[in-house]
Write a protein that binds this ligand. Structure first.
Ligand code: SF4
Length: 63
């Protein structure tokens, strides 16, 4: 599974980074981004929890 953050939607609330810091981190210029290419299987549930909890639905599935 791959995820990406639509930086134009991200309001830098910190939810995803708090829930799953192994996958999401803040960029130097504000919005969060996905720092791994493919989400490791053991982190998929937590990463999806972050995706579903994002208040602006900025986290999308990627190819
Ligand atoms: S949860 Fe959504 S809005 Fe909040 S920092 Fe993550 S991507 Fe941005």
């Amino acid at each position: 599974m791959k995820l990406k953050v639509d930086e134009s939607l991200c309001i830098s609330c910190g939810y995803c980074v708090g829930v799953c810091p192994e996958v999401f981190e803040f960029s130097d210029d504000g919005p969060s981004h996905v720092k791994v290419d493919t989400i490791p299987e053991n982190l998929e549930d937590t990463a999806m929890e972050a995706k579903e909890g994002c208040p602006t639905e900025a986290i999308k599935e990627a190819d």
